[in-house]
Design a protein around this ligand. Sequence first.
Ligand code: CAA
Length: 384
Amino acid sequence: MQFQLTEEHLMIQQAARDFAQNECLPGVIERDEHQKFPREQVLKLAELGFMGMMVSPDYGGSGMDTISYVLAMEEISKIDASVSVCMSVNNSLVCWGLEKFGSEEQKQKYLTPLAQGRKNGELFIGAFLLSEPEAGSDATSQRTYAEDKGDHYVLNGTKNWITNGSSASVYLVMAQTDISKGSKGINAFIVEKSWPGVAVGAKENKLGIRGSDTHSISFTDVKVPKENRIGGDGFGFTFAMKTLAGGRIGIAAQALGIAGGAYELSLKYSKERKAFGKEIMHHQAIQFKLADMATRIECARLLCLKAAWEKDQHLDYTLSSSMAKVFASETAMWVTVEAVQVHGGYGYVKEYHVERLMRDAKITQIYEGTSEVQRIVISRSILK
Ligand code: CAA
């Protein structure tokens, strides 16, 4: 067993760290305040090859492994989780599923520009549409319906909480095609945002990751060609579950980064801030907080890297990705609350960044499966 990163991993980690410091840190407070989508930053991520990190170069990707992806997600999330969620959705929920299960035509037409993050010089990214107003955790209860009309389907319904909702050009949409078949009556479709009948709802005004654009998307009699269905008839629920298992590694890495960012700021602050005649790092109350933060972050990192390693080794990573996500997201929440406490009153104002990290941490316990859903996946796995 090796606990060492390769030279290549270290280079990718450094590139992500530099990108976060140079491109994401400037303006991060304003983007959060004004809910401004980080278009410029995402375009630069695309230039770095980080929007299709794990996709084969044959389809415009960078051909990196999942460990590299975790390292990059961690570094970018330390500074701006609104940038990293956009990157995570495109990499894990959109590109991965298309490369693994898409037809050759789908890969040529959609995956190649999505992995490059650009088409004709413009931003070109995707979104994953599973959740609905009344179907979040209970994903089989969705109502969006695609009626089979022979050579095409007619899609109707509404999806909620869609990350990249307005910035994406391509949507992967899960829809019922035969309600009587339960999870086997669901299909996944590639839908272009520009098609007639597709409408983007208002932007959600969120607690955290305020730069990322979250919208509801509705479909009214949208004609979807049959060649845009992913996989065989009825494959949609399995497609969604398999895709989400990888997505959970990305969100676990995002949570790890949010926690790491708050920890690094707390460490720095504790060396500068004086109270009772000495820097607060000399007080045991602060030392114990820092020790607990460091320990929990290390545990979260090991879980993330183990899940990534299992994925790279083509092992089943359903259990490890859910374990990584539930632990890393709870770590992010705990560490960021403690980071605000270490900063005292300064932690409660925007310039010190930790209040934003605390708000950003919360979503990692909710999206791509709540902590409760992860516990369902874990308990089913260990009890089966
Ligand atoms: N791989 C392959 N197949 C899987 C699977 C997996 N990981 N998980 C389930 N399946 C299969 C099951 O084997 C089962 O097949 P059989 O009937 O042949 O046995 C079928 O799918 C149905 O599975 P379940 O009976 O387990 O389904 P369930 O209704 O009990 O749901 C659940 C289980 C784990 C709660 C699931 O619904 C789930 O993960 N829900 C959460 C959904 C989620 O993560 N939503 C997030 C939205 S996306 C998002 O947030 C994107 C964004 O913008 C950031």
